[in-house]
Ligand binder design. Structure first.
Ligand SMILES: [Zn+2]
Length: 218
């Protein structure tokens, strides 16, 4: 070993603890960030409006898989497709799927009923089985309707506007572009009336945008 090499070796040795400290710091920061990002879901700690009735499904493979909803990039509107059924009946249908007997995967975060009542079936920290490829980053709302046209009653419509506007405010979503129909995801005729009558859908988005502006900005 030449003297020159010996000096270099010593220098390297001296530098090592400092390098280790810096590397350790970086690893620790990364670990803390990872832990934080893993724990903090967008729907965590969010208090739903008081008039939303809690009717959570039991965790099960078919309608409430319990998977974390890591991003909320939109709201997807559906119609139940079963005229004159109540929000409660539709919630119980989702619950009944848990037996697996039907082999059907289906659910939604919220159901808005014929009298404007709202049931919550899935927490905002978990995914629902409603919107196919968008299950992983959207909140879903099923809406009841009195007949086969799929048009919502005024009470139902108003409550849906309020609920959707609240979600837009809470998750910083643009009502004009980030509130979509199931149809916009898969081309399915859902929600029927608002696919067949695009003007009515545009009106719904405008009403939701106007309602969102009522919330105080923070
Ligand atoms: Zn749908």
């Amino acid at each position: 070993m030449t003297e020159h090499q010996e000096v270099r070796r010593r220098r390297r040795r001296r530098r090592r603890p400092a390098v280790r400290l810096v590397l350790g710091g970086i690893c620790l920061t990364a670990a803390v960030l990872l832990a934080l990002s893993g724990r903090r879901l967008p729907g965590e700690g969010v208090e739903v409006p008081e008039d939303v009735e809690q009717a959570l499904l039991t965790v099960n493979e078919w309608s409430r898989p319990g998977e974390p909803l890591r991003k909320i990039n939109g709201v997807v509107i559906h119609y139940v497709g079963n005229p004159a059924t109540t929000a409660r009946a539709n919630r119980n249908y989702f619950e009944s799927l848990s037996s697996g007997a039907e082999g059907t995967y289906a659910s939604a975060h919220f159901i808005v009923g014929l009298e404007g009542e709202v049931l919550q079936c899935i927490p905002l920290t978990e995914i629902a089985y409603a919107s196919n490829s968008r299950n992983g980053d959207t909140v879903s709302i099923e809406v009841c309707h009195p007949d086969g046209t799929g048009e919502f009653l005024p009470e139902t419509y108003d409550r849906l506007v309020e609920l959707t506007a609240w979600l837009c405010q809470e998750f910083r979503l643009d009502p004009e572009t980030e509130v979509i129909r199931h149809y916009d995801v898969t081309g399915k005729l859902c929600p029927r009336y608002y696919v067949e009558n695009p003007d009515a859908w545009e009106r719904f988005l405008a009403d939701t945008a106007a309602e969102t502006e009522h919330f105080p900005q923070d």
